[in-house]
Structures are given as structure tokens and as C-alpha cells.
Design a protein around this ligand. Structure first.
Ligand code: 13P
Length: 252
């Protein structure tokens, strides 16, 4: 069985002081939720202080991105090794990075390989834009993102992957996908190509999350689907009660 997985992507929200306050408030309630892998992904600046607050808890820490090179003249970038000093996870290929910062399937692929080399678990984001959705290209887009993003990944690493299906039109819009539709995309157009690349058994072991306007009110419906193993939560992960309730809804 796949262990349910819920991660909060704080995006560019919360100063260090604000992040510390929210994490301190959230930690007791999150720790009480058992049987779910729980991860917080605050901005880079807050990773070090939040790591200290999470020490000794069962709550994981993730960066929202990383660069693929190990070190050197890459002004402004953060290496996998730097992230791994404090984190266990890294979000890679988020649609906002694809849309605003030139992320491509090729850079996603390099980052995934680099994240694994540093001992991190990549949370790989894929999903179609509104125009791709409206023109019926969802299947083609997400399967291409999977095949190109995970190209040449060694089979033994694949089970450690976490994939997040985030339809771009559902992110921050309040217009979530229906749970049934998201499950069909995940089962037929994400898990199936994964099976073709890595074998059926491995594909069955990979956690695939849904993301895009997940709330405390709709989370259980997603988690009740056969192929949805959790959520990557944006806006609602900044609200203590909402994020705790979403995490509770993931308990099997
Ligand atoms: P929202 O939950 O705010 O729609 O954001 C989803 C997301 O992009 C998580 O990575």
C-alpha cells in the first residue's frame, strides 16, 4: 500500500518570523496525525529556522526548487547539497516555475537526477494549462511531461519519486478539478506511462498527488479515489486549521 502524502507549498509567502510562528502553531496538531507523510515547503529563507523547529518530529521539510549543479558560479541558485543539509524533499517543475522562470521538461529532468544524487525525494509537478485542457490535450501533455521529465531515471530510484498532478487552471483559482476527472488523468495518463517506463509494480508504488484548489472541504473526495495518494496544497496550507484537516482527511 502507498502511504498517503500531504505537502504544503507555501510559495512566496511568509517571512522567517511568520514562518516560525505558523510552524510552531501547526506542529502539535500535525504530529497528532499518524499514517500520513507530512511535508512543509516554506520559502528558502525559512528552511534553516524551520528545520530546527521540526527536529525530532515526524514532519518533513522541502524546498520549492533547486539547481542541478553541485556548486560554482551560478549566482542566486541553491544546490541540491545545500538543500539536503536541512531538507528531505524538493518540489521540482512547479507550473509557476515553468510559466515564469523558464523551467522545461529538460531542466526538470536534470533537477530530478540531481535531487536524487543529494539524497532528496523529488516532488515532481506536472499538469496542463487552461488552453491545453480546453483543447483536449491533457493526456498528451501530462504523459509527455512524465516521459521527458523522468527520462533515463534509473529504475531503482523510481519508487522513491512523488509526482504531483496539478492542472494549471485549478491552481489558486478556487476551481478544483473534480476528483473523478483527476483520478482518470492520474490512472490513465500518469501511472500508465510510469508503468511503461519502470514496470507495473514500480508504478503501483509511486505516490501521485493531486494539487489545485484543495481545501478542507474537498480533500476527502480526492483521497477517496483509487489512484490519488495525497495532495500538494497551496493556499490552504497557510491556514492552520485547513491544513491540519486536509492532513487528517488523508488518513486511510
Ligand atoms: P492552490 O492550492 O493554492 O491552488 O495551489 C496549488 C499548488 O500550486 C501547490 O503547489
Amino acid at each position: 500500500m502507498r502511504t498517503p502524502f500531504v505537502a504544503g507549498n507555501w510559495k512566496m509567502n511568509k517571512t522567517v518570523a511568520e514562518a516560525r510562528a505558523l510552524v510552531s502553531e501547526m506542529t502539535p496538531a500535525l504530529r497528532a496525525v499518524k499514517g500520513v507523510e507530512k511535508v512543509l515547503c516554506p520559502p528558502f529563507m525559512a528552511l534553516v529556522p524551520v528545520a530546527a523547529l521540526l527536529q525530532g518530529t515526524d514532519i518533513g521539510l522541502g524546498a520549492q526548487d533547486l539547481f542541478w549543479e553541485a556548486k560554482g558560479a551560478f549566482t542566486g541558485q541553491v544546490s541540491p547539497g545545500m538543500v539536503a543539509e536541512f531538507c528531505q524533499y524538493a518540489i521540482i517543475g512547479h507550473s509557476e516555475r515553468r510559466a515564469y522562470f523558464g523551467e522545461t521538461d529538460e531542466t526538470v529532468n536534470k533537477k530530478i537526477v540531481a535531487a536524487f544524487s543529494a539524497g532528496l525525494t523529488p516532488i515532481v509537478c506536472i499538469g496542463e494549462t487552461l488552453s491545453e485542457y480546453e483543447s483536449g490535450r491533457t493526456a498528451e501533455v501530462v504523459s509527455r511531461q512524465i516521459r521527458a521529465g523522468l527520462k533515463a531515471l534509473p529504475v531503482n530510484l523510481a519508487p522513491k519519486l512523488v509526482v504531483a498532478y496539478e492542472p494549471v487552471w485549478a491552481i489558486g483559482t478556487g476551481r478544483a478539478s473534480t476528483a473523478v476527472d483527476a483520478n482518470v488523468v492520474i490512472r490513465d495518463h500518469i501511472r500508465k506511462p510510469l508503468a511503461e517506463m519502470f514496470g507495473v509494480e514500480t508504478a503501483q508504488s509511486i505516490r501521485i498527488l493531486y494539487g489545485g484548489s484543495v481545501t478542507a472541504a474537498n480533500a476527502a473526495e480526492f483521497f477517496g479515489q483509487t489512484d490519488i495518494d495525497g495532495a500538494l496544497v497551496g493556499g490552504a496550507s497557510l491556514k492552520l486549521d485547513d491544513f491540519v484537516r486536509i492532513t487528517q482527511a488523508a488518513v486511510k
